[in-house]
Design a protein around this ligand. Structure first.
Ligand code: SF4
Length: 271
């Protein structure tokens, strides 16, 4: 059993099927046994698995996430093309979308950032100070690639904006003359109450600012997000089988007040 199919590849195991919602599977000496512990069968996979959490070499609904993310990048290029010299992705999850963007736009794909593989994901770090020091250690811009260039940087999402702002600054310091940021998902406007550390809506940049304002805050020459409609079309699966509350505020499992819901939510969300 594994949460992602790539774990099966590594040990030479065969992917059989997903455990269904409400299903409990036991492996005994007699083989596989399956029980229903709940009659509710609505699947609600976190949509962030599709473009960020899961590895690109995993399959979800029989499709590789690498191909899915490339498709999002192609769509992003159709929706918000800008003239530039090079395009690259934020390693690792932004790379397939950057390759897709390059395919459609004809703008050369390069490696603009080198990732230190010994540093974990920055947005999951619990404090701002840890997130900021994590970014500095994690991504190093390639000066000889970026110097004198108009660049497009592709990321899978912007949560607080902390990483993006630091990254943009580092690209200019490395010699980029224009920085255009493109995001292969819609704006994250709502917190997660199901275990991902984005629990205060006040920390989410797209909950407080519109796209133009975010662009100014990040100090980029332009900013574009993939549209909600674009993401729906390219996902090619029933959106009701996902939790997408980060984009919509439509929480599939009611959030009780003991989780301080009203305290963590802003009164009015700017989208
Ligand atoms: S609220 Fe967002 S991060 Fe949390 S499970 Fe839903 S889509 Fe995933």
């Amino acid at each position: 059993m594994a949460s992602e199919t790539c774990a099966l590849d590594i040990i030479g195991a065969e992917y059989l099927r997903d455990v269904e919602p409400g299903e409990l599977v036991w492996i005994t000496e007699g083989g596989l046994e399956s029980f229903r512990w709940s009659q509710k069968q609505q699947r609600k996979l976190c949509i962030f698995e599709m473009f960020y959490f899961a590895r690109p070499d995993s399959l979800m609904n029989d499709e590789s996430l690498y191909s899915y993310r490339m498709r999002l990048g192609r769509r992003l290029a159709q929706e918000s093309l800008v003239d530039a010299d090079i395009v690259f992705g934020v390693p690792d999850s932004g790379i397939p979308a950057a390759i897709g963007f390059s395919e459609v736009s004809g703008i050369p794909y390069v490696e603009g950032l080198i990732k230190n593989r010994y540093v974990g994901r920055t947005f999951i770090q619990p404090t701002q100070a840890m997130r900021e020091s994590g970014i500095r250690m994690k991504l190093n811009p390639l000066k000889d690639v970026l110097s004198g260039k108009r660049v497009i940087i592709i990321d899978d999402s912007i949560v607080r904006g902390t990483t993006s702002r630091k990254l943009v600054k580092s690209l200019y310091e490395a010699g980029a003359v224009e920085v255009h940021m493109r995001i292969s998902s819609p704006p994250v406007t709502h917190p997660c109450f199901y275990g991902i550390d984005t629990d205060n809506q006040d920390q989410l940049i797209a909950a407080k600012m519109g796209v133009e304002e975010i662009a100014k805050h990040l100090e980029v020459d332009s900013l574009g997000y993939l549209s909600w409609e674009g993401m729906l079309e390219e996902t090619k699966q029933d959106i009701n089988s996902f939790c997408s509350a980060c984009f919509t505020g439509d929480y599939p499992v009611p959030v009780p007040e003991k989780l301080k819901r009203s305290k963590l939510m802003l009164e009015e969300v700017v989208v």
